[in-house]
Design a protein around this ligand. Structure first.
Ligand code: EPU
Length: 416
């Protein structure tokens, strides 16, 4: 299993090009199931999760051609309407094939995802929504079996805001008969990116970017081209890194208009930012200020940035408080940060961080994707060597992170 070895204490200086967003690319790849035409995608990031999704889609008979960041999908010969446990258990986003397969072919068999490191993460809302569209759903031996003659539009109010739930139902509704209204829809920019592709494929969707999506079903969708939006979480992760180490970096290929909550907090931290059209220059020369926040759905503060900001808070010049409201178990990084000398206590879903003068390197273990990124940031800021084990989590969702960090002066290497 690969590890990362970091010798901390270096200022970060230089340019970083931000990749396409993981959480936009995954649903967008599934949209290839909705048509027999070519879906041509650009800015697809190099990630394990993307490779897993392409493998899963390939098993259905979807044709996949990959050339760097360009991926072409063709769904004219899909013949296996299934997502097996072996793949779903490694990536929960596999559930995103359910809506498209059911809507286009009237049938799908998808393994139930289990719990995961950050919470129990049920998919009851995906199922409830598809049932409202007329699907017959049974669960047997760990699999969801979904069937329908033709999905029929309906008004669906999800019990909570769910990102992949909204995406699954949105894709299904594009091919349903009549009008579907999705109330309480997720407004995440990744949902918007998917909706924009679907419209380019011939879908009729109103309310894109709002919590009420109105979809008029069409008999079929056609091929289209689309460039995946920039990864706001990757961008904000690099900004947290420079806030923790000090330095002067410029991010390229960013979308600053979808990063307000994180950018506001980074200003509070003391990061000096100059925002360009698709660039952010970020300079930091002082010790970070502490920031208190609670995670919420977009446009609020993203849960996917909670751990990385906590890493910055560990060395801030005062105490802070972080409350996680989206997932019930997303503090696995706390114990690992404390191994590096941080002073964090938790009480339920709130973490109280003291702010110490200096972290000191130690061996630590990555537990999930964003926790891994937060340990990289802590390691970059710490004195001495930090060895991070289980970084396969990082490879799932960050495009060659250590290579990008090396290019801006970090002392970081991968140990095979
Ligand atoms: N929930 C239910 N039932 C459902 C669906 C969700 O109870 O049917 C609950 C979840 O357990 C959670 C909350 O609702 O407590 C929100 O979950 P959501 O469905 O929005 O999460 P997700 O769609 O599974 C996506 C991202 C996550 C990100 C969350 C929240 C993808 C592929 N994943 O997950 O990304 O944290 O939205 O923004 O888009 C990551 O990138 O590290 C990551 C975990």
């Amino acid at each position: 299993m690969d590890k990362l070895l970091i010798t901390g204490g270096k200022r970060l200086v230089g340019d970083v090009t931000i990749s396409g967003a993981k959480n936009a690319a995954l649903p967008i790849l599934c949209a290839g199931l909705l048509t027999s035409g070519d879906v041509v995608l650009d800015n697809v990031p190099h990630l394990h999760d993307v490779a897993t999704m392409l493998k899963l889609l390939g098993q259905t008979g979807l044709k996949v051609a990959q050339d760097g960041e360009k991926v072409t999908l063709n769904g004219s010969a899909i013949d296996k309407l299934e997502a097996p446990y072996e793949l779903v258990k490694t990536m929960r986003a596999s559930i995103l094939v359910l809506g498209p397969l059911l809507a286009r072919f009237g049938e799908a068999k998808v393994s139930l995802p289990g719990g995961c490191a950050i919470g129990s993460r049920p998919v009851d809302q995906h199922i409830k929504g598809l049932q409202a569209l007329g699907a017959e759903i049974t669960i047997d031996a760990g699999y969801i079996y979904a069937k329908c003659k033709k999905l029929k539009g309906a008004r669906i109010v999800t019990d909570m805001i769910t990102v992949t739930g909204t995406e699954n139902l949105l894709m299904a509704a594009t091919l349903a008969e009549g009008e579907t209204i999705l109330e309480n829809a997720a407004r995440e920019p990744e949902v918007t990116d998917l909706a924009n592709l679907l419209v380019a494929m011939g879908a009729r969707i109103e309310g894109i970017g709002t919590d009420r999506l109105v979809i008029q079903g069409v008999p079929e969708l056609h091929g289209a081209s689309h460039s995946v939006i920039s990864d706001r979480i990757e961008a904000a992760t690099f900004l947290c890194a420079v806030a923790a180490t000090g330095g002067d970096i410029t991010l390229r290929n960013t979308r600053t208009d979808i990063m307000d909550a994180a950018l506001d907090k980074l200003r509070e931290v003391g990061l000096q930012m100059t925002i360009g059209k698709d660039t952010i220059r970020a300079q930091m020369d002082a010790r970070p200020n502490p920031v208190t926040f609670r995670t919420t759905e977009y446009p609020g503060f993203p849960t996917d940035m909670q751990a990385q900001f906590m890493a910055v808070n560990t060395i801030a010049n005062g105490p802070s408080r972080v409350t996680e409201t989206i997932f019930e178990n997303r503090f696995m990084h706390v114990q690992e940060m404390n191994r590096l000398g941080a002073a964090i206590e938790t009480d339920g879903n709130t973490a109280f961080i003291k702010g110490v003068d200096q972290l000191v390197g130690a061996p630590v273990m990555a537990t999930d994707l964003r926790a891994s990124a937060s340990l990289v940031i802590a390691g970059l800021a710490a004195k001495g060597e930090t060895l991070i084990d289980r970084i396969y989590h990082l490879d799932r969702g960050y495009d060659r992170m250590e290579v990008k960090l090396q290019a801006i002066g970090a002392n970081i290497s991968r140990i095979k």
